[in-house]
Design a protein. Structure first.
Length: 164
């Protein structure tokens, strides 16, 4: 029988453990506990606000970004939630060409939310044809307890694609 180095190391480790210590191992198994109110997988005492399509209320953690090559850029589409805390989206394209020195500065484009609970689109132009890019989509939102401050979060990436 041929043994791999990892299997051989595991067998050696088992051989070194004395038999007396193996019987002294105690395993603690937690008892199932049902929370009294709320929690993952349990009904919440408060009903959520109505939304479109059953997404969680709040800024999205991810967006299904659809990216199609177009003349000197890309055509982007994604769905936006009904949540009024979402203020806008930011889009940029990262040139994937390998260069020596510091990375070039990114140019971000802001896309205001005009309609909630619908599909949004943006035409990203001004890119070099035939160059590989990775498109990023950030959501900009406010928090209910601090509506004057905005926070942004990356929610979508295209993966590396060639600009048309």
């Amino acid at each position: 029988m041929r043994r791999t180095p990892l299997l051989a190391a595991a067998l050696v480790a088992l051989a070194v453990v004395p038999a007396s210590s193996a019987s002294a191992v105690t395993v603690i198994v937690p008892r199932p506990h049902t929370p009294s109110a709320g929690g993952i997988g349990y009904p919440h005492p408060e009903k959520p606000r109505p939304n479109c399509g059953g997404e969680p209320v709040g800024a999205p953690d991810s967006a299904q970004l659809s990216t199609k090559p177009a003349a000197k850029g890309f055509d982007l589409t994604w769905a936006t939630p009904e949540d009024t805390n979402v203020v806008s989206y930011r889009v940029t394209a990262l040139d994937q060409t390998l260069r020596a020195g510091p990375a070039p500065k990114l140019q971000w484009f802001t896309v205001k939310v005009t309609k909630r609970c619908s599909s949004m689109g943006f035409k990203l132009r001004g890119l070099k044809t035939g160059v590989y890019y990775d498109v990023w989509l950030d959501v900009v939102f406010t928090r209910p307890y601090d509506p004057k401050t905005t926070v942004d979060r990356t929610v979508g990436r295209s993966g590396v694609m060639v600009a048309g």
